[in-house]
Design a protein around this ligand. Structure first.
Ligand SMILES: Nc1ncnc2c1ncn2[C@@H]1O[C@H](COP(=O)(O)OP(=O)(O)OP(=O)(O)O)[C@@H](O)[C@H]1O
Length: 303
């Protein structure tokens, strides 16, 4: 059983702060690293795997620093996001080469076991160029698993997968987690993460925004204030009625449209048609504004 500890880890590239003062602990089981594009997930994973030095702070695995500590690589497997692979070799040759790089006692047996784990035994002798995206992903996993690491880090492993491949990978991650391995994968899709990960760590704009099980993260996201733009037969009259009723935090008419922010979604959707009816206003359109994933995440950070 292995535990990764990040202590006040930051990483910047020139002026860009990719990871900003992140402290977190990742233990056995499956953890999802959730965040929008550019949040710093890849940078964080590279530092967890010992492939990139933190600018400040430390990453340790069971107390030992991962950076510049070759012995640690025997315990960590990393599946990068990049699609690029050596197309002209077979899956078998690729996994075997990795087993040899790790100087394993029996590289052939290790390569066979790793390909079996990911369900690629039948296709192992085909050239990588002929594999589907999901098969390439599985062979990449086999190369990362060949030395039987206790920690497996995967950067956006579900990207480009069809539903069947997705289920297969979810099942595999579950199994690896159940074996007591420390498995961390990144994603920008909450649904994807909550289906498999016991624990979710949320990263937004380089910062550690939230942490917990999916129920807690969902609650944080759905409890945020909701914003709407409303179009009606008389926006001024409706705005006055909403203010008087108190079902919205803010009511704004300055941009030529009626924009409201409501703290309680359920109460607001009940109140709005009633107010419109009572004041003789016809509702033409009600649309959620600013509901992008980025804004939801930004809300978590601002808390
Ligand atoms: N080698 C680099 N040089 C300069 N800036 C970089 C480099 N790598 C990443 N960045 C910047 O650091 C920030 C975080 O990038 P990172 O790739 O870690 O995020 P991410 O959450 O993995 O995003 P994505 O899902 O889009 O890959 C971004 O602003 C990115 O442009």
């Amino acid at each position: 059983m292995s535990t990764l500890v990040l202590d006040r880890v930051s990483r910047w590239y020139g002026n860009v702060v990719a990871v900003n003062d992140v402290t977190m602990t990742v233990g056995p089981g499956v953890t999802g690293l959730l965040g929008p594009n550019g949040a710093g997930k890849s940078t964080l994973i590279a530092m967890m795997g010992g492939f990139l030095a933190p600018s400040t702070g430390t990453v340790t695995l069971d107390g030992a620093p991962v950076w510049r500590h070759p012995g640690i690589y025997r315990q960590i497997g990393l599946v990068p996001e990049t699609e690029a692979m050596y197309d002209m070799v077979t899956g078998w040759q690729l996994v075997l080469a990795n087993a040899r790089l790790h100087r394993l006692a029996d590289p052939t047996a290790a390569a066979r076991a790793a390909l079996e784990t990911v369900g690629m035994t039948d296709a192992k002798d085909r050239e990588v160029a002929t594999y589907s995206k999901g098969m390439k992903q599985r062979v990449k996993m086999a190369t990362a698993l060949v030395h039987d690491p206790s920690v497996l880090l995967l950067d956006e492993p579900f990207t480009g997968m069809d539903p069947r491949q997705r289920l297969h990978l979810m099942d595999l991650l579950h199994r690896l987690g159940d074996q007591g391995r420390t498995v961390l994968f990144s994603s920008h899709i909450l649904e994807e993460v909550e289906e498999i990960a016991g624990t979710i760590e949320v990263l937004v704009a380089g910062r550690h925004a939230a942490s917990g099980d999916f129920r807690r993260i969902r609650r944080l996201m759905t409890e945020r204030p909701h914003q709407y733009t409303i179009s009606s037969s008389d926006d001024r009259r409706l705005a006055a009625a909403i203010i008087a009723d108190g079902c919205a935090d803010t009511v704004d008419l300055t941009a030529g449209t009626l924009a409201v922010q409501a703290p309680d979604l359920g109460a607001f959707v009940h109140a709005l048609p009633r107010l419109a009816r009572e004041h003789g206003v016809r509702l033409l359109e009600v649309s959620p504004a600013d509901e992008s994933l980025e804004s939801v995440f930004a809300y978590l950070v601002a808390r």
